[in-house]
Design a binder for this molecule. Structure first.
Ligand code: IMP
Ligand code: MG
Length: 175
C-alpha cells in the first residue's frame, strides 16, 4: 500500500527553497551540479531550472551492494563524471541520505580530485538512520523512517515516474 507523503506543491516549495539557498551561497559563481543516477534525475532537473548561476550538469552512477531496500556502503562507480572537478564549485545532488554510507564514499572520492568547494544537496534526509558521519548542506525534507518512492526514487526500478512522493507501507498488521 502507498500513502502520499509529499505533494507536488510540497516538493516545488522545497526545491525553490534549496535553489535560493544555493544561489545565495554561490553569489553568481559557476556551479557544477553532480546528479547521482538514477534517483536524483528528476530532482536535479527541477533544481537546476530554479538556479540562474552559470551552471553545468554532470552525471555519476554508483552501485552499492545490498538489497533493494538498503545499501551496504561498498560502492563501485559504474559511470564516472566527464567533467574535471579540480578547482570547481561542485554541488552533489542526491535523492536520499539514509545510512550515509553511499554519500560518504562519494564525497571522499570527489574530495581527492580537489574541488574548490564541495556541497551536498539532498531532497530527503533520514537522519535517524545515519550510520556514519555525514551532513547534507542543503536538505529538502527530514523524515524519521519509512521506505519512499516517486519523484525519481524507486522501489525495484518502479515508481520513478510518479510526480509525488509516497511511503510504501506493508500490508501486514492492522490493515
Ligand atoms: P545510504 O547509503 O544508506 O545512505 O543509501 C542511500 C541510497 O539508498 C539512496 O541514494 C537511495 O538510492 C537508497 N534509498 C535509501 N532509502 C530509500 C528509500 O526510502 N526509497 C528508495 N531508495 C532508498
Ligand atoms: Mg540512489
Amino acid at each position: 500500500m502507498m500513502k502520499k507523503l509529499f505533494s507536488k506543491e510540497d516538493i516545488e516549495g522545497a526545491v525553490k527553497r534549496l535553489a535560493s539557498l544555493i544561489e545565495k551561497d554561490f553569489e553568481g559563481e559557476d556551479i557544477l551540479f553532480v546528479c547521482l543516477l538514477k534517483g536524483s534525475f528528476v530532482f536535479t532537473s527541477d533544481l537546476v531550472r530554479c538556479i540562474r548561476n552559470p551552471s553545468k550538469v554532470d552525471f555519476m552512477r554508483v552501485s552499492s551492494y545490498g538489497n533493494a531496500m538498503e545499501s551496504k556502503g561498498e560502492i563501485s562507480v559504474t559511470k564516472d563524471l566527464e567533467e574535471d572537478i579540480k578547482d570547481r564549485n561542485v554541488v552533489i545532488v542526491e535523492d536520499i541520505i539514509d545510512s550515509g554510507l553511499t554519500l560518504k564514499s562519494i564525497r571522499e572520492m570527489l574530495e581527492k580530485r580537489k574541488p574548490k568547494m564541495l556541497k551536498i544537496c539532498a531532497l530527503v534526509d533520514k537522519r535517524a538512520r545515519r550510520e556514519v558521519e555525514i551532513e547534507g548542506d542543503y536538505i529538502g525534507f527530514t523524515i524519521d523512517d519509512g521506505f519512499i518512492v516517486g519523484y525519481g526514487i524507486d522501489y525495484a526500478e518502479l515508481y520513478r515516474n510518479y510526480p509525488e512522493i509516497y511511503v510504501v507501507e506493508d500490508d501486514k498488521g492492522t490493515g
